[in-house]
Design a binder for this molecule. Structure first.
Ligand code: SF4
Length: 232
């Protein structure tokens, strides 16, 4: 069986909280987030066999206790996910997914079938479809995202929400409003990483003010559920 993969990261200690994992990156995504720093890599190229991916993952057996499926958007590839689940079961590894939440029915079905042990879901903007569209380029999938958000937040699956905080796209007030909806679930605020693969290159020219960073850190200290990532 083949699917569109962008590669495997052998080891990560941040993608599956509390666990050492390998990360499998799928190619392709149904959104166009302006801050996406993987976008070039997400263009569909050649299919890779799952056997190749398993060969790479095998190298890390004994070091990792889990696998995270990332992208692009991993849920595009339901058939491959089911095969990877069989493999992780055989090797007694946990399986998590990082998703943008826009494939609600699929996510619901896979959670019900106990395919995932952990879900990390992206938060792109304030909880309304106008702001969502400004950042992702699409508003028609907003309802799907919202359903997935509620499914994960109110369900029993281990989870966290992740947001790429980006200069000029997100204000501190946006973050506070978003966190009012997210809490008590964990909200990870990741700092935007400028670079040549960023989809909207104009974002590379913008920087966070020292005052914004100071206020963000101050706010995060007051919120038990908020974690700052890559801000040092
Ligand atoms: S940041 Fe957006 S466009 Fe990029 S892979 Fe994630 S969901 Fe897709």
């Amino acid at each position: 069986m083949k699917a569109y993969f962008a590669g495997v990261q052998d080891l990560s200690s941040v993608d599956y909280p509390g666990h050492m994992c390998s990360v499998v990156f799928f190619q392709g995504c149904n959104l166009k987030c302006r801050f996406c720093y993987n976008y070039k890599q997400q263009a569909i190229s050649e299919k890779t066999s799952l056997e190749n991916i398993f060969k790479k993952l095998k190298k890390n057996l004994g070091i990792v206790d889990s696998i995270i499926l990332s992208g692009g958007e991993a849920l595009i590839y339901e058939y491959a996910i089911l095969k990877i689940k069989e493999w992780t079961k055989e090797h007694e590894l946990l399986l998590g997914v990082e998703t943008n939440g826009t494939f609600n029915e699929r996510l619901n079905k896979l959670i019900k079938k106990n395919i995932f042990d952990f879900v990390a879901m992206d938060i792109k903007s304030n909880f309304n479809k106008e702001d969502y569209k400004k950042i992702t380029g699409f508003s028609q999938v907003y309802k799907e995202f919202e359903k997935s958000f509620k499914l994960v937040k109110n369900g029993n699956i281990a989870h966290e929400f992740r947001m790429t905080v980006t200069p000029t796209l997100h204000s501190l007030n946006d973050i506070k409003n978003i966190n009012e909806v997210v809490k008590p679930s964990k909200l990870v605020l990741q700092r935007f990483q400028p670079g040549e693969n960023v989809l909207d290159k104009s974002l590379n020219d913008k920087v966070f003010s020292a005052e914004f960073i100071k206020d963000l850190k101050k706010y995060a200290k007051t919120q038990k559920n908020v974690e700052l990532r890559f801000w040092e």
